[in-house]
Write a protein that binds this ligand. Structure first.
Ligand SMILES: NC(=O)c1ccc[n+]([C@@H]2O[C@H](COP(=O)([O-])OP(=O)(O)OC[C@H]3O[C@@H](n4cnc5c(N)ncnc54)[C@H](O)[C@@H]3O)[C@@H](O)[C@H]2O)c1
Length: 266
């Protein structure tokens, strides 16, 4: 196996590694010879001698502290983290047709999105930074979304959490750079199907856009807005993440990279 990235023997925590983009990142890192800790609320059937699953609700401080302690016990150190776990529940700010209806934003949804998509990133990054101070090196990768750069109809809270993550990336790169810690964001665009695309998600998004679920599904394959003419493969995000974790990316920090086939408008 070529070790151009030099990830053999390194230890990485990937949140939300049981499905979709997170699982693709776990697979790439394992293929590159790293030890991987998958911190997910849902278990995975995946078995590999260098893969450990630690059941974690990333929005819970206690669970994140347990994750760090268990990782150190199992692997001895942490070289980097990938803040990938996230959810998306489309809602309208105010539903003009059905005020207070099912697809109008509520405090509960607001709090849930902020806890899982944003607070989690703060909790794990803080805990990891404390380890990185001791080891003198470390990388934080924040999985954002193109929606965080452009906004998205029916997905304002989701987009807001991702925009806030982009801001974390810029600020933390400034705070942590002097300790040889890099912080980089990755913003996927339109990707092939993952666990995010549930029927509940599709029904909600279709409603907020005033179209049927069938019409929404037809739009997935309408790729005229993507210069490369297709949706992205999950490993295309995972490849970028592996590179950014590696010392090959040693001078990259404080930026969020679009992995969106050239698409720059929402
Ligand atoms: N799929 C896309 O098109 C796309 C585009 C841009 C950005 N993203 C981002 O990529 C990331 C991964 O999304 P995906 O599409 O692979 O979704 P997914 O649903 O396939 O995977 C998300 C994983 O996060 C886990 N998770 C959810 N809540 C959790 C919690 N509280 N604690 C720990 N784990 C939890 C889930 O169990 C799941 O395994 C998300 O941050 C998402 O916003 C996805």
């Amino acid at each position: 196996m070529s070790d151009w990235l030099g990830l053999q023997g390194k230890v990485y925590i990937v949140t939300g590694g049981s499905s979709g983009i997170g699982k693709a990142i776990v697979d790439e890192l394992l293929a590159a010879g790293a030890q991987v800790i998958n911190a997910d609320i849902h278990s995975s059937v995946q078995l590999h001698p260098r893969l450990h699953f630690i059941e974690t609700d990333v929005s819970s401080k206690t669970a994140v502290e347990h994750l760090i302690a268990t990782t150190l016990k199992k692997a001895g150190t942490i070289d980097g983290i990938v803040n990938n776990a996230g959810i998306n529940l489309p809602r309208l700010l105010a539903d003009q047709k059905h005020p207070h209806g099912r697809y109008e934003l509520t405090e509960e949804i607001f709090d849930q999105l902020l806890a899982i998509n944003l607070k989690s990133v703060y909790l794990l990054s803080q805990a990891a930074a404390r380890i990185f101070y001791q080891t003198g090196t470390g990388v934080v990768i924040n999985i954002s979304s193109e929606a965080g750069l452009e906004g998205s109809e029916g997905q304002s809270i989701y987009a807001a959490t991702k925009a806030a993550i982009n801001s974390f990336t810029r600020s933390w790169a400034k705070e942590l750079g002097k300790f040889n810690i890099r912080v980089v964001g990755v913003a996927p665009g339109i990707m092939e199907e993952t666990g995010l695309r549930t029927l509940e998600y599709e029904e909600a998004l279709a409603y907020t856009r005033g179209i049927t679920v069938d019409a929404l599904r037809k739009n997935y394959s309408k790729v005229s807005t993507i210069p490369l003419g297709r949706s992205g493969r999950l490993e295309e995000v995972a490849n970028v993440v592996s590179f950014l974790l590696s010392d090959r990316a040693s001078y990259i920090s404080g930026v969020t990279m679009n992995v969106a086939g050239g698409k720059t408008r929402g």
